[in-house]
Design a protein around this ligand. Structure first.
Ligand code: ATP
Length: 369
């Protein structure tokens, strides 16, 4: 990097058996996460799954009930927030309204006793990094929401933290601005080489931005891995339903290992490939067959299992069309068809034949609601 750029080398973050209780509520229930130096990790989960509590524990605004947190080689578990030197950006970016943009960005340096000339020079650099060079003399109320969020980012990176913690930083922005800022934060991450932990409940935001995503539910990690792995092979039924769209068909599974067949509600029996069972199945049990809407093929494609769907609705949306239909037992099925598909045979109320390619099938023990 050019030497006059704001830059910081990322540090690894290690979270070990983290547990946090608030009276009777277990907010975080034994979480282990290793974030590599320079990695971008998203914490994703529904409301109340413990994302913010984990982040606040890393930041030092919450102290865990048990477990440990280290950054680099330092154990920070009980170190106060202001001694951790981590960057933070929250949804409500709380810039000081009475200070200029430059003073806002320079503020953390002032707190750290950096001489005036140096802190202004570094604040200017940080503003340039977030593409706001020349905005230093404005006041926050003279900036758009996205610009204010960039100032908050500049303020978080100005003292070159090794780790940047972000809690739903974009959720107050409208869709277009949010997507622009997602790319902007990704760029900044790549440019600075800093470690980022990013909390979101928006799965597409997590998949777009992060190197790896940790999916949480009830204070526990359900799965942690690269976006593609989470999408293509969700580790359990919860992740399968939480990430992207998924069709679920309740079946009875028989057999084990590489020899599993399923009995469908229609009475048909399918012999599944060994790859289908994500979690081990034993004997005869209730199971759920899962398949992504974009993997369904219209017609008999001769490369998988065919089945019939009653057509309830077809929504044309340009690049793709969405078909919503039902199986005989009234299980809802959704299929995303390429934009150029011939939809003329899909009259409402008619029956359509679909193929599920064998390799697109995933099977989980349990039952879908
Ligand atoms: P959201 O997306 O809604 O912010 P989250 O995944 O970040 O949710 P947390 O805020 O970490 O979840 O909360 C996890 C659980 O801990 C919730 O049940 C919450 O009600 C509880 N909790 C969090 N903070 C406190 C607190 N200070 N006192 C009591 N309970 C708390």
């Amino acid at each position: 990097y050019p030497s006059d750029k704001v830059q910081a080398a990322g540090a690894a973050v290690r979270i070990r058996r983290l547990e946090k209780r608030f009276q009777s509520v277990i907010a975080v229930d034994g979480v282990d996460i290793d974030v590599s130096a320079g990695e971008f990790l998203a914490l994703l989960g529904p409301s109340g799954s413990g994302k913010t509590t984990i982040l606040m524990s890393v930041a030092g605004f919450e102290f865990p009930t048990s477990g440990s947190i280290s950054v680099g080689t330092e154990d920070l578990t009980y170190v106060p927030a202001n001694k951790r030197n981590l960057g933070m950006v929250f949804q409500n970016y709380t810039l000081f309204p009475h200070m200029s943009v430059l003073d806002n960005v320079a503020f953390p340096l002032k707190m750290r006793g950096v001489p005036k000339a140096e802190r202004y020079a570094r604040a200017e650099e940080a503003l340039a990094t977030v593409r706001l060079a020349g905005y230093g003399s404005r006041h926050p109320n003279q900036l758009s929401g996205g610009q204010q969020q960039r100032v908050a980012l500049a303020r978080a990176i100005v003292y070159r933290p090794r780790v940047l913690l972000m809690d739903e930083p974009l959720s107050a922005l409208d869709k277009n601005l949010r997507e622009e800022m997602q790319l902007e934060i990704k760029r900044l991450h790549a440019e600075l080489g800093i470690t980022v932990i990013f909390v979101t409940h928006d799965q597409s935001e997590a998949l777009t931005m992060a190197d790896r995503v940790a999916v949480l539910k009830d204070g526990r990690i359900q799965q942690i891995g690269p976006s593609r792995e989470l999408y293509e092979r969700p580790a359990n039924l919860f992740t399968a339903g939480f990430i992207g769209e998924m069709n679920f068909i309740n079946v009875t599974a028989e057999g084990s290992g590489g020899n599993i067949s399923v009995l469908l509600p229609s009475g048909e029996r399918w012999q599944l490939p060994a790859s289908a069972a994500v979690e081990p199945l034993t004997g005869c049990q209730k199971a759920v067959l899962a398949v992504r809407p974009e993997r369904l093929q219209l017609g008999d494609a001769h490369n998988g299992f065919t089945f019939r769907v009653k057509v309830d609705d077809v929504v044309y949306a340009g690049s793709a069309s969405l078909l919503i239909g039902t199986l005989p037992d009234s299980t809802e099925i959704r299929a995303r068809l390429p934009g150029a598909s011939d939809l003329s045979a899909l009259a409402l109320g008619s029956t359509a034949v679909f193929t599920i390619p064998k390799e697109a099938i995933l099977l989980y023990p349990g039952a879908a609601q």
